[in-house]
Design a binder for this molecule. Structure first.
Ligand SMILES: [Fe+2]
Length: 368
């Protein structure tokens, strides 16, 4: 398709937006498909009323009860389940689990500990992604109270992103993946006199218990390219441009058939005076977008704290809050750490999670 333009337009997206105007991106396939930039005198988030279900949502996971080890479902569809899991140290009994519904990516929102797996031990701390492939047996053992944002891919494995022209080692080097350590696991088991003789398996969200006469973590050795691993956010190297705001997809950390996981990290802001510094207003026409606020100063939104989650369904434009647009002028870098999950299919809100919604969120773009 050829490009076409009318009226006021820019020759480079997110740059040189005429004074007193706002840019809205309308694009297909996330940030990869056909795209146009509309120049408007007001942001498209200036609604005065919304009637009907298509509202932006804000939830507070901090308010959820700390139910030890329970998979508290937040959002879901056929491709994905997003859960909150708390592992308090007090009276914690490590149990061996196996997820036959899909691959599980745990993002360690808080805490520290280790994960026993059939492939060896994986130590974790705040800021780690821990990837446990489908049907691999594992057991968390927290040494500090742990909170896990749990992302289950029900239709495919988590894969590394396509790095394209940025090169093979961009964003993160595969050498940064923390591999399981079998020797350390055997010594930990011995030292703690631990034996896992029961495995709980989840299939179609129903748990089945398998009991054994001896410990299930008894692997003597292994080879192959299918194994659990961890990746810490400090080993992610954000890609930035001094001249122009890059789309969120540049922060893609893992991809699946149904959704992508991106990590927003502290990074320097654009230095060109005509470059847009806040995330651009856009319609993610083909994706429902989830943001989990992990740590730092969330400058693009008002009144947010760590542990909050937003859901911006496809079908309406969104973008920074009016205060953020003003505040960014003085900023030279971002401090926020957030995990974004963009889902191709529509996400549903678990009725239990609805209780933790802050219902007035849709009003937060209105000028006060
Ligand atoms: Fe978005």
């Amino acid at each position: 398709m050829h490009q076409y333009s009318q009226g006021k337009f820019t020759t480079q997206g997110h740059k040189g937006i005429p004074d007193g105007h706002f840019e809205e991106e309308q694009g297909r396939k996330g940030f990869f498909g056909p795209v146009s930039h509309l120049i408007k005198p007001e942001p498209s988030t200036r609604w005065t009323r919304i009637d009907g279900p298509l509202k932006p949502h804000l939830f507070d996971t901090v308010e959820m009860p700390k139910a030890s080890g329970q998979w508290q479902r937040l959002l879901f569809n056929r491709d994905i389940g997003i859960y909150n899991i708390s592992l308090p140290v007090k009276d914690f009994k490590p149990e061996a689990l196996r997820n036959a519904d899909g691959d599980t990516l745990f993002f360690v929102h808080g805490g520290r500990g280790q994960v026993f797996t059939e492939y060896g031990l994986i130590p974790y701390e705040k800021g780690h992604y821990v990837n446990i492939p489908k049907c691999v047996t594992y057991a968390f053992q927290p040494s500090e109270d742990t909170t896990l944002l749990t992302i289950e891919s029900r239709t495919s494995q988590f894969r590394e992103p396509d790095r394209g022209i940025a090169g093979r080692n961009a964003f993160y080097d595969l050498a940064a993946l923390l591999k399981p350590n079998l020797k350390l696991q055997h010594s930990q088991k011995k030292q703690q006199n631990l034996s896992f003789e029961v495995v709980k398996v989840k299939r179609e969200d129903i748990w089945t218990t398998f009991s054994y006469a001896a410990c299930v973590f008894d692997t003597a050795g292994w080879k192959g390219d299918f194994f659990p691993f961890a990746l810490h956010i400090r080993d992610l190297m954000p890609i930035v441009s001094a001249r122009v705001h890059l789309p969120p997809s540049i922060h893609t950390t893992f991809v699946t058939n149904g959704f992508v996981v991106c990590t927003f990290l502290p990074r320097p802001l654009e230095t060109d005076t005509d470059a847009l510094k806040v995330p651009f207003y856009h319609q993610n026409i083909d994706y429902d977008e989830v943001l989990f606020y992990h740590d730092g100063d969330f400058f693009s939104r008002d009144n947010l704290h760590a542990g909050m989650m937003t859901l911006h369904p496809a079908g309406f434009p969104h973008g920074p809050h009016p205060k953020a647009v003003q505040a960014v002028a003085k900023k030279t870098h971002t401090d926020e750490v957030a995990v974004m999950i963009d889902s191709w299919n529509q996400l549903h809100i678990d009725p239990q999670f609805e209780k933790f919604e802050l219902k007035d969120y849709w009003k937060s773009w209105m000028k006060k």
